[in-house]
Design a protein around this ligand. Structure first.
Ligand code: NAD
Length: 450
C-alpha cells in the first residue's frame, strides 16, 4: 500500500503558471454550467468523499506513517474518523442548513417578502499544511462542496506520500471537472495564488498567511487563515493534578506535539508547579513507557529542519522528563521543561513539537496578564475548580477557543466554530460554519408589483 501511495509521478509542472490558469478555467466552466449547485450533486460528492476515506484508509494510513511516523490508531482517529464525522454531520444537516431563512420586513414596505439564502461562491482554493495532511486538506473540502463550489486542493509538499495519495485518489472518487488537486511547493502555490479565486482557505503559519492574504488582495478574494501560535494551559491550585497532567500530556504529545491546538506551555498558578512537573513526568511514563522511541503510536518530527529547530529549543531550562533525541530517525522524546525564562526561544516562538515548558505564576491575575501580553492564541486551556476563574478567563482574555478540562477536544465538536483571532487567524469552519465560510449570504427582497 505504501508503494501504492508513493509511486505516483510527482506533479511538478514545468510551467506552473500555465497549468494553474488551465485548472482554474476548467473549474470555472464547470461552475458556470450549474452542475455543482443542486443539493443532489453536493450530497453525491460528500458521500463519494466518505467512500474515498473508508475504502482507501489503508493507503492513507501507510502514507501518513511514511510522512510523519503516525501510528495507525492515532492516524485513523485524527485524520480519517475525524473527517468522516465531519462528512456525516454535514450530510445529515445540509438540506436544513440550505433552507432559505425568512426575514421580517418593516411595515413601510409591506406587502413584501424577504429571505436570506446561501449562494455558492464559484472556484475556491484550499492550501493545506503537513501536520494533519489528510484532515486539513479534506475537512475544508467538505465545506467547499457542501456549499456548491468547485475547488482546487493544494496539499503540503512536506508530507509527500499523503500529497501523492490525495492527488492520485481524489479524482477517482470526486467529479474531476469540479475538484482538482495541484501538488507542489512554493512555485506551484505562487502560480495558483496569481489566479482569481472566489475564496482562499489557508492553513499553516502566519508568515505564509501574510503572503496568501496579499495575493488575495489583488483580486479582492476573501480569505480564511487558519494559523497557529502558542496555546497556553492555566492550571490552578486545588485541581486533581494527576488527571490534569494526563490530559495535558495526551493533547501535547499527540502527533509528537505537531498540532496547531497542542498545549504550548503551562502556566502553573501559585504553588502547583513542582507537583505538576512530577505528575507530567508520571503521565508521560504511563503513556509511552521507558522508551517512547519504541512505541509505534509515538510520532516523528516531519523533517530535519524542524528537528534541528526543536532540539535547539532544549538548550535553556531544566529537563524534568525526556530531552532525548535522534536525528537519524527524527525522534524527539516527549519532554517537560522547567525553569525557562520568558525570554528563552522556547517561550518566544510556537514550539510545534513535543516540548512542554512549565512556567510558574503567582496568581490568576499574573496568568491572565501573561496571556494578554502575547499574541492572541488559537486556544486557551484551563484546569480549575472555580466558576469565577472560568468566568474571568472568558471575559478577560481573547483566543480562538477557550476550553476547560480537556485540551484539543473542541476540535471534534462539529457544532463549535474552529478558527483563530488576531495572530492565530481569521474566519472559522467545521459543520455549519464551513458552509458559511464557503457561501455568500445573499439578501433577497420581493415586493409585489401593483
Ligand atoms: P507548510 O510548510 O506545509 O505550509 C502550509 C502550506 O503553505 C503548504 O501547502 C505550502 O506549500 C504553502 N506554502 C509554503 N510557503 C509558501 C509560499 N511562500 N507561498 C505560498 N504558499 C506557500 O505548513 P506550516 O506552515 O509549517 O504548518 C505549521 C503551522 O500551521 C503552525 O504554525 C501551525 O500552528 C499551523 N496550523 C494551523 C492549523 C489551524 O487549523 N489553525 C492547523 C494546522 C497547522
Amino acid at each position: 500500500a505504501l508503494a501504492d501511495a508513493t509511486d505516483a509521478a510527482p506533479a511538478t509542472a514545468a510551467t506552473p503558471g500555465a497549468d494553474a490558469d488551465a485548472v482554474v478555467r476548467r473549474l470555472r466552466a464547470t461552475f458556470h454550467s450549474g452542475r455543482t449547485k443542486p443539493l443532489g450533486w453536493r450530497l453525491d460528492q460528500l458521500r463519494a468523499l466518505r467512500s474515498l476515506l473508508t475504502e482507501q484508509s489503508e493507503t492513507f494510513l501507510a502514507a501518513l506513517n511514511a510522512d510523519l511516523g503516525k501510528g495507525a490508531a492515532e492516524a485513523h482517529r485524527t485524520e480519517i474518523a475525524f473527517t468522516v464525522n465531519e462528512l456525516d454531520h454535514t450530510v445529515e444537516h445540509l438540506e436544513e442548513w440550505l433552507r432559505p431563512k425568512p426575514a421580517a420586513v418593516p411595515d413601510a414596505f409591506l406587502p413584501a417578502e424577504a429571505r436570506v439564502v446561501r449562494d455558492p461562491l464559484g472556484v475556491v482554493l484550499i492550501i493545506a499544511p503537513w501536520n494533519y495532511p489528510l484532515q486539513l486538506a479534506l475537512a475544508p473540502l467538505v465545506g467547499a462542496l457542501a456549499a456548491g463550489n468547485t475547488a482546487v486542493v493544494k496539499p503540503s509538499e512536506l508530507a509527500p506520500a499523503t500529497s501523492a495519495a490525495i492527488a492520485r485518489l481524489l479524482p477517482r472518487y470526486l467529479d474531476p471537472e469540479a475538484v482538482a488537486v495541484v501538488e507542489g511547493a512554493v512555485p506551484e502555490t505562487t502560480a495558483l495564488l496569481e489566479q482569481r479565486f472566489d475564496h482562499i482557505f489557508y492553513t499553516g503559519n502566519g508568515a505564509v498567511g501574510r503572503i496568501v492574504m496579499a495575493a488575495a488582495a489583488e483580486h479582492l478574494t476573501p480569505v480564511t487563515l487558519e494559523l497557529g501560535g502558542k496555546s497556553p494551559v492555566v492550571v490552578e491550585p486545588g485541581v486533581d493534578l494527576a488527571v490534569t497532567a494526563q490530559r495535558i500530556a495526551r493533547g501535547k504529545f499527540l502527533n509528537a506535539g505537531q498540532t496547531c491546538v497542542a498545549p504550548d506551555y503551562v502556566l502553573a498558578v501559585g504553588d502547583t508547579a513542582a507537583a505538576l512537573e512530577a505528575e507530567l513526568a508520571a503521565a508521560v511514563h504511563a503513556a509511552y513507557g521507558d522508551d517512547p522511541a519504541g512505541d509505534p503510536e509515538y510520532g516523528r518530527i516531519v523533517n530535519e529542519r524542524h528537528f534541528d529547530r526543536l532540539t535547539a529549543l532544549l538548550s535553556e531550562g531544566r529537563v524534568v522528563t525526556g530531552g532525548g533525541h535522534d536525528r537519524s530517525t527524527r525522534y524527539v522524546a516527549p519532554t517537560v521543561l522547567a525553569d525557562v525564562p520568558p525570554t528563552a526561544p522556547v517561550m518566544r516562538e510556537e514550539i510545534f513539537g513535543p516540548i512542554l515548558p512549565v512556567v510558574p505564576v503567582p496568581d490568576l491575575d499574573a496568568a491572565i496578564a501573561f496571556v494578554n501580553e502575547r499574541a492572541k492564541p488559537l486556544a486557551l486551556y484551563a484546569f480549575t475548580g472555580s466558576e469565577r476563574t472560568k468566568q474571568r478567563l472568558a471575559e478577560e482574555t481573547s483566543s480562538g477557543a477557550l476550553v476547560f478540562g480537556l485540551p484539543v477536544s473542541h476540535l471534534a465538536v462539529p457544532e463549535l466554530p474552529f478558527g483563530g483571532v488576531g495572530e492565530s487567524g481569521m474566519g472559522r469552519y467545521h459543520g455549519e460554519y464551513s458552509l458559511d465560510t464557503f457561501s455568500h449570504t445573499k439578501a433577497i427582497l420581493d415586493k409585489p408589483l401593483g
